[in-house]
Design a protein around this ligand. Sequence first.
Ligand code: PRP
Length: 183
Amino acid sequence: MDEADVEGDLVNVLFTEKQIHDKLAELAAVIESDYDGRDVLIVGILRGAVMVMADLARSFHRHVEMDWMAISSYGSGTKSSGVVRILKDLDTDITGRHVLIVDEIIDTGLTLSWLTSNLASRNPASVEICTLLRKPEALQMPVEVRYVGWDIPNEFVVGYGLDYKERYRNLRDIGTLAPHVYS
Ligand code: PRP
């Protein structure tokens, strides 16, 4: 879907498909150089990270292995509970591996803070995080993020994997959702 397909639902387009692809190519180049000579396993966090994983992985000029995790954030409660449950674990044994977690957004930081410790306890060689977006004002838990696309204001954003009630994930761009849609 394009912006025209959701006309009136967005306050503005924050990042176009082209800007996102350029940013991911930039990040891929840095990651490639940082991991020179080392195998890397990129781990996408379902479901939102599907688009980022697909485009980031294809921006590399080298082999990368891909695996996936699905996590339920905070049960049915609010984001502040910090309760995280693994719905789908890695298929890969990460002992001694260089792991790069890939997500589309860090909001409160609760998910990735928990996930980083969980993966770190499995004796990998390293665990780092790459996120396309981060909301510094929303952060409740410190998370060390090695690769960030953009820091954004604390607004409701959708598109490129980001949903509101499972909609807008397939929007090509990332935009700010108009309050009339969710209020
Ligand atoms: C999003 C995103 C992160 C998490 C970040 O996933 O993919 O995993 O929220 O939020 P936090 O920093 O506040 O923990 P979400 O729970 O919306 O699931 P989804 O990927 O299936 O949309």
